[in-house]
Write a protein that binds this ligand. Structure first.
Ligand code: ASP
Length: 342
């Protein structure tokens, strides 16, 4: 049984996902409560407060749910009763939720640990049992911040990407060493990383979901990019080739993206490569974009770039276009929670 140290209560918030799934006639669907999951791992339920927020497949978790999760976490933090908070969540969009919560909950003073599983916790060989167990331990001993704890690894939330569909080691920490491992109920710290922000840009916690992610493919029509404008988008993240290259012959992506920017859309360029950085100033194919005002995502994950853009636009969309674009640029050149190496 996990027994928590005195005065160190944990809050467990369940949102669904495979970890909570039970078989139904339609296939697996989340059905277990937080308390039922704790009982399966024989945790000390007296020192863990449970809240069942949703019972959702994470493919359905969207900005509306992020707001609800963030508000619930803030409410729990404000009670000052908890050493840490564990959130169970489906793995499919967990990296997006971890990233947006990292922005929305920056500066909070306790650890928030998100976990889930590749197999329902009711299965005897489910990874959910050890993941939930490890996360409760992590929530008692990590520094303040938002993390994913999965497969024995603790990853900074805004650096996590789901890289495997079925393996137990489903998440990787991209461009930053993992923070810790959980071994034999102990937290083994790996990286000295401290959560420091290089800016205190005042920003609201609104989210503007009018953002799209465009993954370029050779031959993609420039008109397809321009169509974003008719969808009322305020921002696009473009996954370009390598350092952030785009077509500049035949189908001119430079011209299409400039068209978007001239019409008030913020354009963030990132790479289709999982590791390392984007840089728009190296090759002629994309330097023009930099001069036109495109923002480089540098070494951010795509999940962090997308959610940072929604968060930045949430704070700035009431502003006139020019001021909004300037402010979004400023936000992207600021490290808020370890999401970017500048
Ligand atoms: N479809 C599930 C979800 O993301 C997968 C999982 O939890 O692993 O909710």
């Amino acid at each position: 049984m996990i027994c928590l140290s005195e005065n160190k209560k944990i809050k467990l918030i369940s949102t669904g996902g495979t970890i909570a799934c039970v078989p139904t006639e339609q296939g697996l669907a989340p059905g277990l409560s937080a308390l039922e999951m704790l009982r399966i791992i024989e945790a000390d339920t007296d020192s863990i407060d449970c809240l069942d927020l949703f019972s959702m497949d994470s493919s359905n978790i969207q900005p509306e749910e992020w707001q609800i999760i963030a508000n619930e976490i803030l409410r729990s933090i404000n009670t000052k009763e908890y050493a840490g908070i564990v959130v169970t969540h489906g793995t499919d969009t967990m990296a997006y939720t971890a990233s947006i919560l990292s922005f929305m909950l920056r500066g909070t003073d306790i650890p928030i640990v998100i976990t889930g599983a590749q197999l329902p916790i009711i299965n005897e060989d489910s990874d959910g049992r050890i993941n939930l167990y490890d996360s409760i331990i992590a929530a008692q001993g990590l520094k303040a911040g938002v993390y994913i704890c999965f497969g024995g690894d603790v990853i900074l939330g805004c650096r996590a990407v789901k890289t495997r569909t079925v393996s137990y080691y489903a998440f990787e920490s991209i461009n930053l060493p993992k923070i810790a491992e959980i071994k034999n109920r102990q937290i083994i710290f790996i990286s000295e990383y401290t959560l420091k922000s290089n800016g205190e840009t005042p920003i609201s916690d609104a989210i503007n979901p009018n953002v799209a992610l465009i993954k370029l493919i050779p031959g993609m029509s420039a008109d397809f990019i321009k169509c974003s404008l008719s969808c009322n988008l305020l921002g696009v993240v473009v996954e370009g080739f390598g350092l952030g290259g785009v077509h500049n012959i035949r189908r001119d992506h430079n011209e299409a993206l400039e068209f978007l920017m001239k019409n008030g859309v913020c354009v963030v360029l990132t790479s289709q490569c999982l590791y390392e950085t984007s840089a728009l100033d190296v090759y002629a194919v994309s330097r023009r974009l930099l001069n036109a005002g495109a923002i480089s995502a540098h070494d951010m994950t795509t999940e962090a770039a997308v959610t940072k853009l929604m968060w930045a636009l949430g704070a700035t969309s009431p502003l006139p276009t020019e001021q909004r674009i300037e402010k979004v640029n400023e936000i992207f050149s600021t490290n808020f929670c370890g999401e970017i190496t500048l």
